[in-house]
Write a protein that binds this ligand. Structure first.
Ligand SMILES: [Zn+2]
Length: 274
């Protein structure tokens, strides 16, 4: 190679390298900016679609916010339990709640405070097994009985092998303080979006009323996506917790996290004879 050709090649390579050196950061900046933009727009979208209990994201807008939700369906929950039939064929629920079952964690998901169980506890209802997955609180209660709304309720969410839901509502009123509540509240406060590990055994039997008589009907989840075909069990007898225990949860939870009464649309509510 002639020296002047070599010099030419060196100049071309240096020029090429310089061009690339100038271009690369430009490309990087652009791609970083794009990824930030995407992230922000995803988060904004998420925020826009997040439901709540008031205003433009409140219950009357849930069906618009959640595409493919059932919130506009005909067989929704909660309902006012005002017309009901006594049915002698309704048997007691077979509870298999053990004091050894591990409560895994507690989460404040912005809609409620929820305690998640490890597998172990289950109930048998009409010869079908449903695993207890989690329980959470509503303040005030969601189902009303003869128009009466209790100050608080616990929802015990169960699922069978095919994913079908059985949810129990335990109505809570102010009265004697509850030891299991002291234990549960010892993990609070918990910030919105935070999860705390519990990893301790908890006996769910301690939160059940003495008399296990109940109302039952088929409805939906009371939060989006408002899935229908949910077997509801609402205990007739309430449990008590102290005013301070109610007030603490009220202070920590999203305000008034209940959905209003939904039309019954011909559904029949049955009650046990015990
Ligand atoms: Zn609930």
């Amino acid at each position: 190679m002639k020296p002047n050709k070599l010099i030419f090649l060196v100049i071309v390579s240096v020029f090429w390298a310089c061009q690339n050196a100038h271009q690369e950061p430009k490309e990087n900046n652009a791609s970083i900016q794009k990824s930030i933009k995407d992230k922000v727009s995803i988060e904004t979208e998420k925020k826009q679609h997040d439901w709540s209990y008031e205003g433009e994201t409140g219950p009357s807008h849930w069906s618009e916010l959640e595409e493919n939700s059932f919130c506009n369906g005909n067989f929704q929950s909660p309902v006012n339990i005002v017309k009901y039939k006594r049915d002698k064929r309704l048997k007691p629920i077979d509870f298999h709640y053990s004091k050894e079952t591990i409560l895994h964690d507690v989460v404040n998901n912005g809609h409620t405070i929820q305690y998640d169980f490890e597998p172990g506890d289950y109930v048998v209802f009409e010869e079908e097994s449903f695993q207890l997955k989690q329980f959470h609180f509503h303040e005030p209660a969601e189902h009303t009985i003869d128009g009466v709304r209790y100050p608080m309720a616990i929802h015990l969410v169960h699922q069978n092998e095919t994913g079908a839901f059985l949810v129990m509502e335990i109505l809570v009123k102010e009265g004697k303080s509850s030891k299991p509540f002291d234990f549960l509240e010892s993990f609070l406060p918990i910030a919105n979006g935070e999860t705390k590990l519990v990893n301790q055994a908890f006996d769910m039997n301690l939160n059940l009323p003495k008399n296990k008589g109940y109302f039952t009907y088929v409805g939906s989840l009371t939060t989006p996506p408002c899935t229908e075909g949910v077997r509801w069990i609402i205990f007739k007898e309430s449990i008590t917790v102290s005013l301070e225990q109610v007030e603490l949860l009220k202070y920590l939870m999203p305000i008034q996290n209940f959905r209003n009464e939904q039309p019954i649309h011909g559904r029949v509510i049955l009650q046990t004879s015990f």
